[in-house]
Ligand binder design. Structure first.
Ligand code: PMV
Length: 325
């Protein structure tokens, strides 16, 4: 194969972030924002090369071999070096004379799973380009390896959502698809502040270590909200679901994960007729999600824009990883 193109979606967590790290359930949804990965053969270079382009960052790098990639690829892109090494080691492939181009629609550091979608699209593309033809479960596992190298102890929810798409309940590495409700629209609003998942996870861990009784109770409550939410999604009870989002937000705020921008966005959403709104992902920055009927969310987009907040309307992405050519 001389050229392959794949893409994989980002995600947003509807319920259960942070608690999921401690074994509680969480609900995750694949969104209609994607990362695309193209791998092409390079034929006319005198020396072996590996080229890597990050289109949305307008950055390109050229290396002689995989060791060069690992040594010299800037830290913010290091994940790709990790992915190439994992793939080369597992499948005994010599990665050389290829050009990898990554392009993402997902705001990075926003809690929308941009790093997982890079991992999944890259692993999917390597698998097809080198004719290893892995199934989605294996691509999910390899992407998880990549995520672990970069983020420490992720729960695995991001890579799973990006690989398989859809809306599902995730607990301890297992997923259960929730039948997709019709008319399920979310507005995803960027707070303008990038977040750091690792440090947000550490904030919660430190709280738990200091006063386990108090904080374990909050984690349990977040878990039980996720269980209730699954039922309300199934019955399309969006009003109740909105209440549960608000309750979940209050608990995340108690954990210290809200910010003044997040609070401001939630206030604007509540004043404009949403069923509910909460931060999504690690918090302390990143994005807010709001649930309402589509026409309300469309109006809200303009209102938020005037207040300086970018947002995007999304339905559920049902495909996950896609191999395009
Ligand atoms: O910031 P994000 O979208 O990567 O979400 C992190 C979600 C956490 O539950 C805080 C961590 C995890 O690994 O599940």
């Amino acid at each position: 194969m001389d050229k392959i193109k794949t893409s994989a979606p980002g995600k947003c967590i509807l319920f259960g972030e942070h608690a999921v790290v401690y074994g509680e359930p969480a609900i995750s949804m694949a969104i209609q924002l994607r990362t695309e990965c193209v791998i092409e053969k390079i034929t006319n270079e005198a020396e072996p090369v590996i080229k890597i382009n990050f289109l949305n960052y307008k950055k390109s790098f050229t290396f002689n071999n995989l060791d060069g990639v690992k040594k010299d690829l800037p830290k913010e892109f290091y994940q790709v070096a990790v992915g190439l090494q994992i793939f080369a080691d597992k499948y005994q492939v010599q990665i050389s004379n290829i050009e990898i181009t990554l392009n993402s629609e997902i705001w990075s550091g926003s809690g929308l799973g941009s790093s997982a979608s890079i991992a999944v699209s890259l692993m999917g593309a390597l698998s097809s380009y080198y004719n290893v033809n892995l199934d989605k479960e294996t691509i999910n596992q390899l992407s998880y390896e990549m995520e672990k190298e970069v983020h420490g102890t992720p729960s695995g929810i991001d890579n799973m959502t990006s690989t398989f798409g859809n809306l599902f309940l995730f607990q301890k590495g297992e997923m259960e698809t929730i039948r997709n409700p019709r008319g399920f629209h979310l507005l995803i609003i960027y707070s303008g502040i990038p977040h750091n998942t690792g440090s947000a996870v550490s904030i919660v861990r430190e709280l738990k270590n200091k006063d386990p009784n108090r904080w374990d109770e909050i984690i349990d409550k977040i878990g039980s909200i996720a269980k209730k939410a699954r039922r309300e999604i199934f019955f399309r009870n969006f009003k109740k679901l909105g209440h549960l989002m608000n309750e979940n937000q209050d608990l995340l705020a108690e954990l210290g994960l809200s910010t003044k921008e997040i609070d401001e966005i939630i206030e604007i959403c509540s004043a404009n007729g949403v069923y509910g709104a909460k931060l999504t992902g690690a918090g302390a920055g990143g994005c807010v999600i709001a649930l309402a009927d589509k026409n309300i969310l469309i109006k809200l987009t303009d209102i938020l824009k005037k207040r300086g907040f970018e947002s995007i309307l999304s339905e559920i992405d049902k495909e996950g990883l896609k191999i395009h050519e």
